[in-house]
Ligand binder design. Structure first.
Ligand code: PLP
Length: 411
């Protein structure tokens, strides 16, 4: 008789975002004429940069002949893409990495979800609260998060509150944590971490022999030159941090699927006997078991983003959403709503008015203004008084949604 992984059964029955979709769909059934504007989705709306599309066509053409056909990709990714990443994303910022420290994947989520396979099941984990659910849920599956307790918290997780009082920057904890997840610019709060704050975390990890999982999926949206795009811009981080990057929000690759993970060779973890093991080596082995590489077409298309034409188009892509963000910020500022974010990421973290909780705020906006947001409770207990709005819709829709919110807030 096959036994199920009992830890898996500890997960909520439904993925949080599916629950939101379900509620929106039932609203649509009862209100078929309503014009809904979706500012809840984290998915992009613009088409792919043309340079990426052209590279895709060219790559697809290569598959039509046995001379230029491509089979399995090199395990860590094609050198042409790795070289472009090293030069443009790292060397240009003073960070020197080796090609073998980059692992191309099919988007950040796969590696964020799987990286725990190479770490012991009883490491303690620390997460910011709020946080994207995938960091916790991937740890629940293997038992690392412990049990779900009545207060809505996991027993083996250290929660690092992010609230207006600390400007959504977690305080350094007094206790030791083995693995800390940080995501900046942050989804859902939209707040970015400056060098001084990030340095505190790198120093904490060095002093406590801890490991940082740094998700910089939204780095392309950073507007201030003093805010680091990579954790490796901080001295010492190459010893203690793994970084996750994605082309999803930089260039609209949510459907194409391509990203990468950086594991410097200096990053180690220990065995129970105290032997230090290089995580880069373990991850390479892991990839040989669970992954056969991102497609040639997606990697060629990602490479094209680093050409001069591609860079220009990526800039326009990001600017479009940041323009939406600025417009939303200006219009939200004219309301009585209290909100955060919207400076270095296309996210707003809006405080629910009155005594509404996040689900009530979600339903009120849906029913009274036909606007979809994401209830903050999906990101943790500290989100229970918030709603996340994104600027990934079209400018017209973002503007109309803000006009509706202005009207609604006046009532
Ligand atoms: N990390 C964060 C913070 C995200 O918001 C998302 C997606 O929305 C991801 C990772 C996953 O991105 P990808 O499309 O590369 O899997």
């Amino acid at each position: 008789m096959a036994l199920v992984n009992e830890h898996f059964l500890k997960l909520p029955d439904q993925y949080f975002f599916s629950e939101v979709t379900k509620k929106v769909n039932s609203f649509k059934v009862t209100h078929p004429k309503a014009h809904i504007i979706d500012l809840g989705s984290g998915d992009v709306s613009l088409p792919l940069p043309q340079a990426a599309v052209n590279a895709m066509h060219k790559a697809a053409e290569e598959f039509t002949s046995s001379h230029s056909f491509h089979g399995y990709a090199p395990r860590q990714g094609y050198p042409f893409l790795i070289e472009a990443i090293l030069k443009n994303d790292y060397l240009s910022r003073g960070v020197s990495l080796e090609p073998s420290e980059i692992f191309i994947n099919d988007g950040a989520k796969t590696d964020i979800g799987n990286i725990g396979d190479i770490l012991r099941h009883d490491n303690s984990i620390g997460v910011t609260d709020p946080i994207h659910p995938c960091y916790i849920e991937s740890n629940v599956m293997c038992g690392r998060a412990g049990c779900f307790e009545e207060e809505g918290l996991w027993s083996n997780v250290v929660y690092l509150p992010c609230t207006p009082e600390n400007q959504f920057m977690p305080h350094i904890p007094s206790q030791r944590i083995d693995i800390i997840y940080l995501c900046y610019p942050n989804d859902p709060t939209g707040v970015a971490m400056n060098k001084t704050e990030l340095k505190k975390w790198v120093n904490y990890a060095i002093e406590n022999d801890a490991l940082i999982m740094y998700d910089s999926t939204y780095e392309a949206y950073i507007q201030d030159p003093d805010i680091p795009h990579s954790i490796y811009e901080i001295k010492g981080a190459k010893k203690v941090a793994i970084e996750f990057r994605s082309f999803s929000k930089t260039a609209g690759f949510t459907g194409v699927r391509c990203g990468y993970t950086v594991i410097p060779k200096e990053v180690t973890a220990t065995t129970l006997k105290g032997e230090r093991i290089m995580l880069n080596k373990l991850w390479n082995r892991h990839r040989s078991i669970k992954f056969n590489g991102a497609s040639y077409i997606s990697q060629r298309s990602a490479e094209a983003l680093y050409t001069s034409e591609g860079k220009k188009q990526v800039k326009e892509f990001v600017s479009y959403y940041m323009h939406n963000t600025q417009l939303m910020k200006d219009m939200l500022s004219q309301t009585s709503l209290s909100f955060f974010g919207g400076n270095h990421a296309p996210f707003f973290w809006i405080k629910a008015p009155g005594h509404l909780n996040s689900w009530q705020f979600f339903e009120t906006l849906l029913y009274e203004a036909n606007i979809v947001g994401t209830p903050g409770i999906g990101f943790g207990q500290n989100g229970n008084e918030y709603l996340r709005l994104t600027a990934f819709n079209t400018t017209e829709q973002c503007k109309e949604a803000m006009q509706r919110i202005q009207q609604w807030a006046k009532q």
